[in-house]
Design a protein around this ligand. Structure first.
Ligand SMILES: *Cc1c(COP(=O)(O)O)cnc(C)c1O
Length: 366
């Protein structure tokens, strides 16, 4: 545990009521939107559930793209709300293809909503968002994007892409707290949400948030907002803005390239072979047959740098190196690669650590 003054987290001043609107506007600027940005006072998976619960209704037809357990959950919440859900599953652990989405949309009439995850931290993939956004637009469908992992690490231009609802968590690419999340909501999406039969008086109700905060002039938030979370969010936004969002994204790209080059030079096998289909947040390797990622991730060297097994169907064969947010740095990438080298070597796999370090350095200094 790093040394820090946890007592400084106590007795914080309340977050000022006028501050929430400013935070929302700063998030809107980071993700390129003029749409409303609202807060859900919980981790991002709750914001996703709120969006599905508020949008879903009998008669709504959704194309739900599943590339990880998050997409799977989202489809389940839509169904629970009464929606008809057409599920499009990518190959386990891989991005969906544009062709598969085009085919699914061509074969279905009256799709009201297309939902997908942008970049996956579960497997390290990136879905082809601009192409899918174009297809959704042609169909006149609402587009919901889980950008929890990608915000801050990948280009995310909400209005240019025509994203109706983007769900954001500060805790990944933006390097902020995990206990607060945000959604951007387009006028069209509000129309679809603000119905007489939509759930009310619930933490999952986006209409509650609209009535109680947006329509009330964006002052104080409902309940007892966590000062801890909002102060931390403000600090995270300060840090991202000081660096500049474009520079932060470029840093993630560099971390991704360094991790990929280093792991390849090491002799490891990258799970996502095309850089353009890989997330800039985590880099994933496919372990040789017979090795178990969950076991390797328990090795002290792996724990020390936060290596983890994949999530989902192919999880036990995938080892993930996290270079998200402040971890998108040369030191973190190098430490991660050294840890991968150590656990692989001790598992009997030949590795070339010197070549790996040279590859990282070459990328970081170029
Ligand atoms: C991390 C993440 C979430 C939300 O996770 P929480 O830990 O609940 O905040 C949702 N979707 C994706 C793609 C994620 O990477």
């Amino acid at each position: 545990m790093p040394d820090f003054d946890r007592h400084s987290l106590l007795d914080l001043p309340p977050y000022p009521a006028a501050g929430y609107a400013r935070l929302a506007d700063r998030i809107a600027a980071l993700i390129g939107t003029g749409n409303d940005v609202v807060f859900v006072q919980a981790e991002a998976v709750v914001a996703l559930e709120a969006a599905a619960t508020s949008l879903g209704r009998p008669g709504l037809r959704a194309l739900n793209i599943v590339t990880s357990p998050y997409g799977e959950l989202f489809g389940g919440w839509l169904k629970r709300a009464g929606a008809e859900v057409i599920e499009l599953r990518a190959e386990p652990g891989l991005p969906v293809t544009v062709e598969a989405v085009a085919q699914a949309l061509a074969g279905a009439d009256g799709i009201d909503l297309v939902a997908l995850v942008h970049a996956e931290s579960a497997s390290g993939i990136l879905n082809p968002l601009p192409e899918i956004a174009e297809l959704a637009r042609e169909k006149g469908a609402l587009l919901l994007v889980d950008a929890v992992a990608s915000a801050g690490g990948h280009e995310l231009d909400v209005d240019a892409l025509g994203i109706d609802i983007a769900v954001i968590g500060p805790q990944k690419g933006l390097g902020g707290p995990a206990g607060i999340s945000a959604l951007s909501v387009s006028p069209r999406a509000w129309q679809a949400i603000d119905r007489t039969d939509t759930p009310r008086h619930s933490v999952l109700s986006l209409v509650d948030i609209k009535r109680n905060w947006l329509d009330a002039g964006r002052g104080v938030l409902s309940g007892m907002p966590s000062a801890l979370e909002f102060h931390a969010l403000e600090a995270a936004l300060d840090r991202v803005e000081a660096e500049g969002i474009a520079a932060a994204i470029a840093r993630h790209l560099r971390a991704q390239r360094a991790a990929r080059a280093g792991l390849q030079a090491l002799g490891a096998r990258l799970w996502v072979s095309d850089e353009n289909e890989a997330s800039r947040l985590v880099t994933t390797i496919l372990l040789p047959e017979g090795l178990d990622a969950h076991r390797l991730a328990q090795h002290g060297a792996a724990v020390a740098v936060g290596l983890s097994a994949g999530v989902g169907v192919v999880a036990s064969r995938l080892l993930r190196l996290d270079h998200t947010g402040p971890r998108a740095s040369r030191d973190t990438v190098l430490a991660g690669i050294r840890a991968v080298a150590r656990v692989l070597r001790e598992a009997g796999v030949a590795v070339s650590e010197t070549a790996a370090e040279a590859a990282v350095d070459a990328l970081w200094t170029s």
